[in-house]
Design a protein around this ligand. Structure first.
Ligand code: GLU
Length: 290
């Protein structure tokens, strides 16, 4: 039997709030129950929003909560060679293409189309650069800023039908097409969330991805990428998100308490963690079934 390994994978773009703490606790306890491994991965690939002081804050908050991870912390910013290799593989197979569109190009194109298809995160990329002749696109890519997008239809055809498995053992067909041609390498970063998370979950031998339900739809893309790159597929356990008493998702902008604030207010972390484990949430917060 494969050993259980879970991870907490925050992006260091702010302080952890109660919702993050709950997610980290669920991933931690999932591994602990199975005498497995709980790993910490810092997803610091966004050069404009990631900050070292937030990394320090995350570490401090997790230690205060008593959520000890195993081994070295993995920093995505130090692993770009791995992501480049995966991208090169997809390039060689003609499954990605360079995209030169700016945000406003895309917005204009969408506004001009009679029925722009929508995915879970809004209107889909209209596919403008998918139609460029490959030699001309390659020439432009030498001097012009571009990202790399997955040619999702072609990629799905290459992979054939694939399923991902949830925590209850149910199989779900990987419908990556609901996202359109997602970005796998950004203009300002040699990777994207989808590519790096897929490569790292495999590389860190994660057996169970325990994360919020807000990322459920992203699983379709991750499963497709695993199939294309010949990577194993973990089990996906998507937990409910914490929300306010009136049903809004917990976020910093609606006053979600930062762990650092709870600490400053003299909260005892052992009590807080025991309460969270017992399903008792401070401040009237509660899990929301999305
Ligand atoms: N870094 C992502 C976030 O902070 C989480 C990634 C994941 O769990 O797959 O939202």
């Amino acid at each position: 039997m494969t050993e259980v390994a879970t991870r907490f994978a925050p992006s260091p773009t702010g302080r952890l709030h109660l919702g993050h703490a709950w997610s980290a606790l669920l991933a931690h306890d999932f591994a602990a129950r199975a005498h497995g491994h709980f790993l910490l991965r810092i997803e610091d690939i966004d050069p404009t929003r990631s900050r070292p002081d937030h990394v320090d804050g995350i570490i401090e908050d997790l230690l205060w909560l008593g959520l000890q991870w195993e081994g070295e912390i993995v920093f995505q910013s130090q692993r770009t060679a791995l992501y480049r290799m995966a991208l090169e593989d997809l390039k060689r197979r003609g499954l990605v293409y360079p995209c030169f569109c700016t945000r406003s190009d895309i917005a204009r194109e969408i506004a001009a189309s009679a029925s722009a298809p929508h995915g879970p995160d809004g209107p889909l990329y209209p596919g403008t650069c998918r139609h460029l002749a490959p030699d001309m696109a390659a020439r432009r890519a030498e001097g012009e800023a571009h990202c790399w997008r997955l040619d999702t239809a072609r990629a799905m055809a290459a992979a054939g039908p694939v399923d991902w498995v949830d925590g209850a053992g149910a199989r779900h067909p990987a419908r990556a097409d609901i996202h359109g041609d997602v970005v796998l390498a950004r203009k300002d970063s040699p990777t994207s969330y989808h590519l790096s998370v897929t490569v790292d979950d495999a590389e860190q031998a994660i057996s169970h991805v325990v994360r919020g339900r807000d990322l459920l739809e992203a699983t379709h893309v991750h499963r497709l990428l695993q199939a294309l790159l010949g990577l194993p597929s973990p089990v996906y356990v998507h937990h409910d998100l914490l929300g306010t008493a009136d049903g809004a998702r917990l976020a910093k902008r609606n006053g979600a308490p930062a762990i650092a604030d709870l600490r400053a207010a003299g909260v005892d972390p052992r009590h807080l963690v025991a309460d969270l484990r017992a399903g008792i949430f401070p401040g009237g917060y509660r899990p929301l079934a999305l």
